[in-house]
Design a protein around this ligand. Structure first.
Ligand SMILES: [Zn+2]
Length: 125
């Protein structure tokens, strides 16, 4: 199964059930970490500072719709999401996802002209 590219923008938290992880917005966590004096370069999931930042940020369900809601928001889009994260979320929201799970939805003549980011294949764990 191909992982959703939005995982690039979220830290993977603990497994919530057999197939669902909780996740934390990397942008939000980074900002929170900076508040506490930690730098983004200390972003590893093992530090107490990191865990505290995750707590402060709050978790997001580890799935596409929750991420899109977080990044793009209805009224309050995430102010910390990167441009890449927004582009990817927008792409997936408009349904032109190249993701694996939505094979049924054929691209219906929606030429989302958002420039598609080049496929990045480095999976980070
Ligand atoms: Zn965020």
């Amino acid at each position: 199964m191909v992982e959703n590219p939005l995982w690039d923008y979220f830290w993977r938290g603990v497994k919530q059930n057999s197939s669902m992880y909780i996740s934390y917005c990397k942008g939000c966590v980074a900002v929170e970490l900076q508040k506490t004096g930690a730098t983004a370069s200390t972003l590893t999931q093992d530090t107490a500072a990191f865990k505290a930042a995750c707590q402060a940020v709050g978790n997001t369900r580890g799935e596409k719709h929750a991420w899109i809601a977080h990044i793009l928001g209805g009224k309050t889009p995430c102010p910390n999401a990167s441009a890449e994260a927004r582009a990817e979320a927008t792409l997936q929201k408009t349904g032109s996802s190249s993701g694996s799970s939505q094979k049924r939805q054929r691209t219906e003549s929606t030429p989302a002209d958002a420039s598609e980011p080049p496929p990045k294949k480095h999976s980070r764990r």
